[in-house]
Ligand binder design. Sequence first.
Ligand code: ZN
Ligand code: ZN
Length: 449
Amino acid sequence: MRIVHQSTTFAATRFKRSSTSSIQTSSPCSPVPREEGPTLCVPTVQGECLLKYQLRPRREWQRDTVITCNPDEFIAEALELTNFQESVQEYRRNMQSSPVPAEKKSQYPEIIFLGTGSAIPMKIRNVSSTLVNLSPDKALLLDCGEGTFGQLCRHYGDQVDRVLGTLAAVFVSHLHADHHTGLLNILLQRERALVSLGKPFHPLLVVAPTQLRAWLQQYHNQCQEVLHHVSMIPAKCLQKGAEVNNPTVEKLIRLLLKACDLEEFQTCLVRHCKHAFGCALVHTSGWKVVYSGDTMPCEALVQMGKDATLLIHEATLEDGLEEEAVEKTHSTTSQAIGVGMRMNAEFIMLNHFSQRYAKIPLFSPDFNEKVGIAFDHMKVHFGDFPTIPKLIPPLKALFADDIEEMVERREKRELRLVRAALLSQDGESQQKRAHTEELQSPQSKKVRA
Ligand SMILES: [Zn+2]
Ligand SMILES: [Zn+2]
């Protein structure tokens, strides 16, 4: 398993750029062309986040706010944190004493979390997308939030076209922008990649709520032709017991199973917005991966996911925010773990964290040896299951300050709730007293009479 901190990846890229760029030394108003790429007949300069151009008093490029980062410093800082090195050593000792059994060491499936945050993309967590590499030449995407292609580029670098060439299908759980808007770019980039790989073009299999078609149609009509990129299988047609009377859809379902080496691709409605689905994939080799999409704890998902090898479940909010979770139709961490336990899943990976937990979610006592938390760019094999929970103590040491801050916030919130409850109790007893007094007053007696 490998965790790449996205900010580090960003930072490293930036560091490289700023150290090789000669913009700093160039004379005012003489931008330097990019070192690579086509030579243009007009002066060009590569944009960078927070790069500024000043017009007056002196025309010049200003790079003082461009963020640079030294990865070595970044690592050195982490190593100085209290208990961090000790907990890493402890983790290593643990791993040496309980090596992964040989039968679990298989390289596939390989699950790569490309986006593990909810609602909006942030620096550390992008929005929902998980790549499942089924074999060296077959892959499937579970959701496709905005920026999924960018995340693939960050993860695979020059290999991104090869990966796009292996993409056999995309599952879109529901039509919230953090789950489906990245699809358009994936379609377009996949076409480009197939051309550059010299592979023949064929439409991508997309399992999604039927409403996705209207959205694609609108984009197709108003912006750019995309419909020929997609062979759509309505998610409802993959529900247990669904009758499929359309021969084209039937054919596409057979194609989907074959293209992904799956015995079964099942969906079920989950408790989120209208037309929101979860899915369960059963591979020909026997493993079963279940994906919740966005949902409150859902019995249909528990049933569909029975005895899953891996459950990937959303855990948008921390424990204690159950009311907010109902309002927003999401799950808390313990609710998500509960679903996995009822399902008898061998392992549960939590994702789709609210961006208030961008660095790390708050842990609850329900975390056990079957539970892990996902980070963007984390790569997981089934053989990693025993390892992942053991990473929690080093992670807690690494993000101790952030956890402390979140605990403080929680305590303040709980205090506010207690105060509000006391006040309302007070108010109620005052009301009761007033009511009793009212009942006892001669005037009220008169009214009652
Ligand atoms: Zn979402
Ligand atoms: Zn949603």
